[in-house]
Design a protein. Structure first.
Length: 286
């Protein structure tokens, strides 16, 4: 399983203003808070890497009793190339930071909150970042912090999921394409395509439901060959929708990798919303 983690630290600032820093950017970013909990950058603006902090303050409206230094370390979600360039892996860093900031701000204020409320607040922060799109499953995975879990699109609302073991004999390799992708853009493309091709998407959804129900059974019984067969069937439906709706899930790189993988009896698919970032290769043999 993937085990990347985000680390958020909140401590007293020795300056006369709040300070924000992130592993994604060099330098520090001084800020102040207005009466409506808006984060106002005093000098440079960290752009997208400061958005989650802004959304967190707006939603949680923390009561600050002193000037703070807030440090976000999401370096485990990046890979450094030979020339020193940091490439985002695309495996849920924003979801992890949303959960981490929520927990850190609650702890700083010494607020006792139910796990369900923490999850709901973290998901609200992440939803704003993504234009109120997405299921929240990535936030649930980060919040659960329990390896492989099985959940539904209602996992945030119901705060329910099941912990699964990794099947013996199923091998996984995570591959990075070196190309970035926007989950928000891909979700928007998917919804647009779903509205334009509602019949085809409904038929595919019915197929997805049947496949995932069978996949759950196969996973728990550790039937590796059946697992890979069902993942392949799921991928066939994804490709149909991608082609019909011009969504952008399968890039040329993903297609090339899948073609190469199939020659060696390895199943490969884009991870998450697709469109770049990383892919997952599954095999019953090393």
């Amino acid at each position: 399983t993937l085990n990347q983690r985000a680390n958020i630290r909140i401590q007293k600032s020795d300056k006369n203003h709040n300070i924000y820093s992130t592993s994604a950017l060099e330098g520090v970013f001084p800020f102040t808070i207005d009466d409506d909990a808006n984060v106002l950058w005093l000098e440079a603006d960290p752009g997208e890497y400061g958005s989650l902090l802004q959304h967190a303050f707006k939603i949680l409206k923390p009561m600050l009793k002193e000037k703070l230094s807030i440090i976000v370390d999401s370096s485990e979600f990046f890979q450094t190339t030979k020339d020193g360039t940091a490439i985002k892996l695309g495996i849920g860093s924003s979801a992890a930071v949303s959960v981490g900031i929520t927990q850190a701000l609650f702890q700083y204020q010494e607020i006792e909150s139910s796990p369900g409320n923490l999850l709901t607040q973290a998901n609200s922060i992440h939803q704003i970042l993504q234009g109120k799109q997405g299921s929240g499953i990535d936030v649930t995975c980060c919040f659960a912090d329990q390896g492989v879990i099985e959940c539904t699109k209602d996992s945030v609302k119901n705060q329910t999921w099941s912990i699964l073991n990794w099947p013996n004999g199923l091998h996984l390799k995570v591959l990075t394409t070196g190309q970035g992708a926007s989950t928000k853009r891909l979700v928007t493309n998917y919804e647009r395509a779903g509205n334009l091709h509602s019949k085809e998407f409904k038929n595919a959804l019915d197929q997805f439901m049947e496949i995932t129900q069978n996949l759950s059974i196969a996973w728990k019984s550790e039937d590796v060959d059946h697992i890979i067969s069902l993942l392949t069937a799921y991928d066939v439906q994804i490709k149909k929708l991608d082609k019909i709706g011009d969504i952008g899930i399968y890039t040329q790189v993903h297609t090339e990798i899948q073609n190469i993988a199939s020659r060696y009896n390895v199943f490969y698919k884009p991870s998450g919303a697709g469109g770049g970032d990383i892919g997952l290769a599954f095999s019953s043999s090393l």
